[in-house]
Design a protein around this ligand. Structure first.
Ligand code: FAD
Length: 386
């Protein structure tokens, strides 16, 4: 049952209250020092927000993507992408476990995730295959009553602090006729376990949440850690992809709004040629244009979220929302850079951080090109190009 307008506004007001303690300066320092925001994560946990998307039977709030989107939008706007990432890694990576995990797995780990007592990461991307996921090489080999996993993953966020990893492996060689078969998903202990060498990547943005290369060498996993069935892991993973795209759209619209709000204030305050720069239509019109594009992108995102929450197919809408949200969000941040002039480069104005963060979302978790590939192929039925 979707929440009504007043309930949604209550969520918004609660999040606005919570983020007052974690202002833009807090996030500037965390990003600069590459320091995981434990106090912010604890505040989310205390309010029950980390379990927002988790079914009530596992201790969560059991809310939908439409409500989660309100939180992502507010965090993006008032804090930036580091805050969204802290929240997001509790909301979407558990999806395959919720839908395909064994009863024991769910009972043991989902309530702990909802309370924020454990942390997880999501291990899909590999250095040698990029967006062509069926070509992953990380291989899980049977060895008596256990599995031994060897291979390399890259960009795995949260791995420095994660207790467990959702790890996509091959358990059979790739068959070109059925490229996504023979892939198995494990949900296994990562922290303190032999066989995983985790190296942080020095990156351009979202530095309070780490991203890592992980080298697996005979990393042990067990049958009771398999999500779904052996060889059918990709199907379990795919359930989580549409919500992730919708979430990214909400996030990047939030980033765009945050940058736009700062810029509108700056355009009123900054006097050049004896007048506020916002009096020039060359400044005002692009800001007005960004407001319109962010609103339009949010409508598509709300449509996608509503379809998802109603259990209806939403692939085209989720992809369109990700595309439109990212374009509008990044454009607003880029314009914010332009109209802050030289001060945009001073980190104390926070604009450059919004800009770096929104740029990332054109590339990850799915690139704009791959969204266009999806629409060309699956919606327009053009010959498949990839
Ligand atoms: C900060 C950060 C955090 C991340 N966190 C995680 C995480 O937690 N877990 C995880 O598994 N992954 C994570 N990723 C990985 C992310 O999902 C990938 O970087 C992203 O999917 C792109 O893959 P790639 O970098 O290998 O690009 P590539 O596959 O090398 O592609 C390079 C470019 O070529 C384009 N391209 C390739 N093929 C085609 C084609 N057929 N048609 C048109 N264009 C094409 C792509 O769109 C892209 O623009 C993260 C990445 C970053 C940067």
């Amino acid at each position: 049952m979707p929440l009504d307008h007043d309930q949604i506004e209550l969520i918004r007001a609660n999040i606005r209250g919570l983020v007052k303690e974690f202002d833009l300066e807090y996030w500037r320092q965390k990003d600069k020092k590459k320091d995981y925001p434990w106090d912010f994560k604890d505040a989310l946990a205390k309010g029950g927000w980390l379990g927002m998307f988790m079914p009530e039977q596992y201790g969560g709030m059991g809310l939908g993507l439409s409500e989660v989107g309100v939180v992502l939008n507010e965090l993006g706007q008032h804090c930036g992408f580091n805050a969204n990432s802290v929240f997001q890694y509790y909301v979407f990576p558990p999806g395959p476990v919720i839908h395909h995990g064994s009863a024991e797995m769910k009972a043991k780990y989902l309530p702990a995730l909802a309370r924020g007592e454990i942390m997880m990461c999501f291990g899909v991307t590999e250095p040698d295959c990029g967006v062509d996921t069926s070509r992953i090489k990380t291989f899980a080999r049977r060895d008596g009553n256990r599995w031994l996993i060897s291979g390399r993953k890259v960009w795995i966020s949260n791995a420095q602090n994660a207790d467990r990893i959702l790890l996509l492996t091959r358990t059979a060689p790739r068959d070109p006729a059925r490229p996504f078969d023979g892939v198995t998903l494990f949900f296994t202990q990562l922290r303190g376990k032999k066989g995983a060498q985790i190296t942080a990547i020095d990156k351009a943005a979202r530095n309070a949440v780490d991203s890592n290369e992980i080298l697996f060498e005979s990393f042990e996993a067990h049958d009771d850690e398999i999500v779904g069935e052996v060889g059918k892991g990709f199907r379990c993973l795919i359930d989580g992809l549409n919500p992730e795209r919708i979430a990214v759209a909400y996030t990047t619209i939030g980033l765009g709004r945050g940058a736009l709000n700062l810029t509108v204030q700056y355009a009123k305050d900054r006097i050049v040629f004896d007048r506020p720069i916002g009096k020039n239509q060359a400044v005002a019109h692009p800001l007005a244009d960004s407001w319109i594009r962010l609103e339009a992108a949010e409508l598509m995102t709300q449509k996608a979220a509503r379809l998802f929450d109603e259990g209806k197919p939403c692939g085209p809408e989720a992809n369109a929302a990700k595309f439109l949200g990212t374009e509008a969000g990044f454009q607003a941040c880029d314009r914010a850079m332009q109209y802050h002039g030289g001060y945009s480069y001073a980190t104390e104005y926070h604009i450059e951080r919004f800009w770096r963060e929104s740029r990332l979302l054109k590339i990850a978790p799915i690139s704009q090109e791959m969204v266009l590939n999806f629409i060309s192929d699956k919606v327009l039925r053009l010959p498949k190009s990839y």
